[in-house]
Design a protein around this ligand. Structure first.
Ligand SMILES: Nc1ncnc2c1ncn2[C@@H]1O[C@H](COP(=O)(O)OP(=O)(O)OP(=O)(O)O)[C@@H](O)[C@H]1O
Ligand SMILES: [Mg+2]
Length: 284
């Protein structure tokens, strides 16, 4: 669905690259996570993919159409939810969506329905200037779905939202995936990536470090261990025991034989810990 080959971008048009030699494909119906710290080049890449930034070097095609030849067909099939909400502040939420829907020459979704879905049903007739940051973000999110896009670009779709609203947004993303939408999701948030993405790309300093499924990354990089709580002279103690080496295995066996274990849980490395161990830095 999305094919990217040898992508480079330099804002200063010299040898300082914000994006360097990126090559990847995203399959139809896949949620592909683009993960990396601030300044890694995520938004720059995303902007090139949907034609907002000029393609300087490399190849990008969506559903067989090159971004070099932008056409109505291209814009009709993409949806973009920007990191910083760009809406008409003097229009209401509903008027914003109605106005935007006229820009497409394909069938569009009902603005009222979309606004209800993202939890703005009660506020759809308020001017966008009166919306909070989270409400604006949801307005932009709803707007990006109006043309029922084949490929949907989401930049930090849940950042700054309360947990309940974030769950609502995540449920919409999952439903769209089930309906066959291809989703390119940019985020710092490893929990969201883990929960939603079929595959993730770790990005740092403008380069892709690796691409894999969250499950495989955990198997490959996550050290298998168990957290054991046990009674030790009337006191509850906690130990993390590695299952990888012989020493850990025999320590665990001995503890089991004492019959003093209270709880035992297997531990999995989080995607965030894996990012730090692979890339050598955290996500902030
Ligand atoms: N308009 C611009 N002009 C010049 N440099 C820019 C511009 N936009 C981004 N950059 C630089 O390009 C690099 C990549 O920025 P980009 O916005 O793509 O990062 P990001 O991964 O999206 O970060 P964040 O997580 O903070 O959104 C950074 O070094 C940034 O300073
Ligand atoms: Mg960004």
């Amino acid at each position: 669905m999305l094919n990217v080959k040898g992508l480079y971008h330099s804002y200063s048009k010299d040898e300082h690259y914000a994006v360097q030699d990126m090559t990847f494909q995203v399959e139809k119906g896949e949620i592909f996570g683009f993960l990396g710290p601030s300044g890694a080049g995520k938004s720059t890449t995303q902007s090139i993919l949907f034609g907002l930034l000029e393609l300087q070097r490399g190849e990008v095609s969506i559903d067989g159409m090159s971004v070099k030849k932008l056409s109505d067909d291209f814009f009709n099939m993409i949806g973009v939810s920007f990191e910083s909400p760009n809406v008409y502040k003097n229009l209401t939420g509903l008027e914003n969506l109605k106005f935007y829907s006229k820009m497409f020459n394909v069938a569009t979704e009902k603005p009222e329905e979309l606004l209800k879905e993202v939890g703005l049903g009660k506020d759809m007739n308020k001017k966008a200037s009166q919306y909070s940051k989270g409400m604006l973000q949801r307005l932009v999110f709803a707007r990006s779905m109006i043309n029922n896009p084949k490929i949907w670009f989401l930049d930090e779709p849940t950042s700054g939202l309360d947990p309940e609203t974030a769950s609502r947004i995540k449920a919409i993303i999952k439903r769209k995936k089930d309906q066959g939408t291809t989703i390119f999701l940019t985020t710092h948030n490893m929990n969201i990536a883990d929960e939603l993405c079929d595959r993730v790309a770790f990005v740092n300093d403008g380069k892709i470090i690796l691409i894999d499924t969250p499950q495989k990354l955990k198997l490959r990089y996550g050290e298998r261990s168990v957290k054991v709580e046990f009674m030790d002279q009337e006191k509850l103690r906690t130990e993390f025991i590695s299952l990888v080496d012989k020493q850990g295995q025999s320590q665990l066996q001995k503890l089991v034989e004492t019959g003093r274990i209270v709880t035992m849980h297997s531990q999995e490395a989080s995607l965030e810990e894996i990012f730090i161990s692979v890339v050598g830095r955290g996500l902030i």
